[in-house]
Ligand binder design. Structure first.
Ligand code: ATP
Ligand code: MG
Length: 233
């Protein structure tokens, strides 16, 4: 994972802050035991059901996600009929194009959010961080944000979107504000979600609606307990 991120850094895909964010993630991953927990799996099921029921699901991609699991992320978008939007905290056209090229090399066709396509704005956020694609996140009803910043996750919730986060830190603002938080490493969660989506794709809407039902606060507390119990042991 570190090698992939350093490669991404050298190719203008990952920023310095992304490397630091990965370090925070690794620390939590040690504490969780570097495995997918039952709680994370439950969150994934609810998240995938939400995406399959959505009218306009969008997966938001940043440099870390593009470097760590491009193939699986694109596959998840395909299985759930979601759009892919490049959405960077530290936005430059060069980085957007580098990420678009990387995703295209893994088979992504229509990548949203590049350059002037991001002409809509998320209310309450400042400067470049607020720009989104009017055909993507702006119009989405469900947004999957693997590794998102807390301010933006909160702003998306305030816009009325259902927000799914993948975040190893159950205490981050992103984890706390999202409707469904998957406390797991993106590299484990993405392929797992692809498998779940393939299994659920044939289900009736009624069945999916039952699976969507989910208590995020309760699930986050359970994830936190796993970390605490692990430490005590
Ligand atoms: P917040 O803004 O949500 O309060 P933060 O400022 O600590 O959180 P950000 O940089 O905004 O962190 O977001 C990065 C988040 O992604 C961190 O919580 C980090 O633990 C998590 N993270 C980093 N790498 C991974 C990974 N590979 N898989 C899952 N989560 C990760
Ligand atoms: Mg943050």
């Amino acid at each position: 994972m570190r090698e992939k991120l350093v490669d991404g850094f050298r190719n203008n895909i990952v920023v310095e802050e992304g490397l630091m964010a990965h370090g925070r993630g690794e620390a939590f991953d040690y504490l969780i035991g570097e495995k997918t927990t039952k709680e994370a799996l439950n969150a994934m099921r609810s998240a995938v059901a939400l995406m399959l029921l959505a009218r306009r699901p969008v997966i938001s991609v940043n440099g870390n996600v593009a470097s760590l699991c491009p193939k699986e992320m694109i596959e998840l978008a395909e299985v759930t009929s979601a759009s892919i939007e490049v959405n960077l905290f530290y936005r430059t056209l060069g980085r957007e194009l580098a990420i678009e090229k990387l995703l295209a090399s893994h088979g992504a066709k229509n990548v949203l959010g590049i350059g002037s396509r991001s002409s809509a704005t998320i209310p309450e956020l400042m400067s470049e961080r607020r720009r989104v694609d009017p055909d993507g996140i702006y119009a989405a009803d469900v947004v999957l944000v693997p590794l998102e910043d807390g301010d933006r996750a909160e702003a998306l919730v305030k816009m009325g979107k259902k927000v799914i986060a993948i975040d190893l830190n159950p205490l981050s603002r992103t984890a706390q504000k999202a409707h469904v938080t998957i406390v797991d490493n993106v590299v484990r969660a993405m392929p797992r979600m692809v498998r779940i989506a393939k299994q659920m794709k044939g289900m009736k809407r009624k069945e999916l609606q039952k699976i969507v039902e989910f208590d995020n606060a309760k699930n986050l507390n359970a994830s936190l307990k796993i970390i605490l119990n692990g430490l005590v042991k």
